[in-house]
Design a protein around this ligand. Structure first.
Ligand code: PLP
Length: 236
């Protein structure tokens, strides 16, 4: 687990360097450690290094880890595709959801969010690269979705999230992230909804995302290593 500590330090350095290059305050970029497929022990190792926010994509797996690690008081973000039959567990256990792409799912999350908890913090996922296989709403649907989700009583609409197609072309990476930022600005101008979160950038493209205004980067591989496939047993 010592490599998690070294990897986290490297990622924090990359974030700091990208902020310096973009003349941005590093306090404006939060690091979400994506721990999907990794065991609770890996999360605990990262938490021991001061990491507080973790991203998960599979509900059952996440809830098991939350239960094991309840003593740590971590903040959990749901970042995976979300089906209607899983919304209750997400509404009851998570602080954030980054992957809202349909109003119906948002409506269920709002209805199921327990009254004793703070509102669920949410981002709309937008398919900026237009790939048929990718999740997220179409960019032209985002304004309407923002208006409707913004009215739901138990959700706090915080921002936009995107997972552009992987590419080594740094200019293309930046163009996709700039598109998401532009959409955020249009939602402010046309709907009067001011979003403070751009959830964009992963292990391979966080520099481009920070250059284009990311306020939260979601990093898995660069912290925990190459993931085992979901469902494969992982050494505890
Ligand atoms: C898995 C995942 C990540 C982390 O990707 P890495 O390339 O491992 O950093 C980020 N965001 C989402 C939505 C993911 O599903």
């Amino acid at each position: 687990m010592t490599s998690i500590s070294a990897n986290l330090q490297d990622v924090r350095k990359r974030i700091a360097a990208a902020c310096a290059a973009a003349s941005r305050d590093p306090a404006g970029v939060r690091l979400l450690a994506v721990s999907k497929t990794w065991p609770a022990a890996a999360v605990r190792a990262a938490a021991d290094c001061g990491q507080r926010e973790f991203g998960e994509s599979y509900v059952q797996e996440a809830v098991a880890k939350m239960t094991t690690l309840a003593d740590l008081g971590l903040e959990w973000h749901f970042i995976g595709p979300l089906q209607s039959n899983k919304t209750r567990a997400v509404a009851e256990r998570f602080a954030w959801v980054h992957s809202i792409e349909r109003y119906k799912i948002a409506e269920r999350l709002s209805a199921q969010r327990p009254a004793a908890m703070p509102p669920l913090q949410v981002c709309l996922q937008v398919n900026v690269s237009g790939e048929a296989s990718k999740s997220g709403c179409a960019p032209e649907q985002a304004l309407d979705l923002a208006r409707r989700v913004g009215e739901l009583p138990r959700l706090a609409l915080r921002g936009l999230m995107a997972i552009p197609e992987p590419t080594a072309d740094a200019a293309l990476q930046r163009r996709r992230f700039a598109e998401l930022r532009g959409l955020r600005d249009r939602i402010a101008a046309d709907c009067g909804i001011h979003l403070d979160t751009l959830s964009m950038g992963m292990s391979d493209d966080l520099e481009a995302a920070i250059a284009e205004g990311a306020s939260l980067v979601r990093v898995g591989t660069a912290i925990f290593g190459t993931r085992p496939a979901h469902g494969e047993p992982v050494a505890q």
